[in-house]
Design a protein around this ligand. Structure first.
Ligand code: PEP
Ligand code: MN
Length: 370
């Protein structure tokens, strides 16, 4: 059960103390507190875990400082959708709004290789009105002899260039908790020119200790990729680990499933799950067409498979596109074969706009028929 308190409630107020005294007297119920510090107000939620079936919604609602009470099912307590649950489905970060109604594009390098390529990428993004990107500094690789990413040493120039080209958020995968401190340090050292969305890759979806550490910090939002060999339910529970530790600024990323049934694509594209994740949870949903498809193959008309699956995800209501681009894919140190070129950037953005318009038309249509 979740008690949503009235905004800006003071913890030393009489109403708050009265409520807490009553809750503390309940047997077999654990209480945990979550504070969401927004721009305009602080929202406090109290989670009651244990034998809550005997508690009445009406009794709980009768406390003067309680605004709403939600009885949650066992699954996805924090991130899930529950009956009469009007908690927000969106969040703000570094001036941008992320929700189940918005769409953001994060085009960029799979792996940072050198300052020249980072600059060419960011310059092209700025020229086309983009304020987000993806940049990998810590690369989890199947082969220990493959390039592992430049790690913390590339962060200062990447962040400085982001500031120079107006990039507000960089999605960056981390594979260990120390990377959070390294990112924070480099941001401080460079004067906080940009924001970071921490990415947890498909190989770490069920790295529970990492999830707990990332969930305990609330500074950076998190993009959690779906595990490529586990069920959707297991991956959604992984997202819940982040939220249960305190960070609910979580975006769920679909990136294809590992099975030969998807051949000749690198992974089996799973963007049919965009509406499923939106129905089960309050998370915005990201699609990663590059790691799903894994090639630059095109149909007989010349439309890349990557572009087709982007359109499929966007027309189904995706809220974020994480996609590999590279100024010289032949020279990329990671995943060059799936990267799109800077020349293709305006074409890609226009195609996304068409698919998004189709989604919005479909929304208007269902509203007319409801
Ligand atoms: C990536 O986005 O660079 C990546 C490694 O993705 P995934 O974890 O989905 O394989
Ligand atoms: Mn990659």
């Amino acid at each position: 059960m979740i008690l949503i308190l009235k905004p800006n409630i003071e913890t030393d107020s009489h109403e708050y103390k009265q409520l807490m005294a009553q809750l503390n007297s309940l047997d077999n119920i654990q209480i945990s507190l979550h504070k969401e510090v927004g721009i305009q107000q602080v929202l406090t939620e109290i989670y009651l875990v244990g034998n809550t079936s005997l508690l009445s919604l009406e009794d709980m609602k009768s406390f003067p400082c309680v605004e709403n009470v939600v009885r949650v099912s066992e699954e996805y307590r924090v991130l899930g959708r529950h009956k009469d649950d009007n908690r927000p489905t969106s969040f703000n970060y570094n001036g941008l709004h992320f929700g189940q109604e918005t769409l953001h594009v994060f085009a960029g390098l799979c792996a940072i290789d050198n300052p020249e390529h980072v600059e060419l990428m960011m310059k092209a993004l700025q020229e086309h009105g983009q304020v987000c990107t993806r940049m990998g500094a810590y690369k989890p690789r199947t082969n220990p002899y493959s390039f592992q990413g430049h790690g913390k040493k590339c962060l200062p120039y990447v962040f400085e260039l982001a500031g120079k080209y107006g990039i507000k958020i960089i999605a960056m995968e981390i594979t260990h908790e120390v990377h959070i401190d390294e990112i924070k340090e480099a941001l401080e050292q460079t004067g906080n020119p940009t924001g970071i969305m921490l990415q947890i890759g498909t190989r770490n979806t069920q790295n529970f200790e990492l999830l707990k550490k990332v969930g305990r910090q609330q500074e950076f939002p998190v993009l959690l990729k779906r595990g490529f060999g586990i069920t959707l339910e297991e991956s959604l529970n992984a997202a819940e680990y982040l939220a249960s530790e305190g960070n609910r600024k979580v975006i769920f990323g679909l990136r294809g499933m590992k099975t030969n049934m998807g051949d000749p694509h690198r992974n089996f594209v799973d963007f049919a799950h965009v509406p499923v994740v939106k129905r089960l949870t309050r998370m915005p949903v990201c699609i990663d067409p590059s790691h799903s498809v894994g090639t630059r193959e095109a149909d007989p008309d010349g439309i890349l498979d990557v572009m087709h699956v982007i359109a499929q995800g966007v027309i189904a209501g995706a809220n974020m596109i994480l996609v590999d681009f590279h100024p010289a894919p032949g020279k990329a140190l990671v995943d060059g074969p799936q990267a799109m070129t800077l020349k293709e950037l305006p074409y890609f953005l226009e195609d996304v706009r068409i698919a998004r318009q189709a989604y919005e038309d479909r929304l208007a249509l269902i509203k007319r028929y409801q």
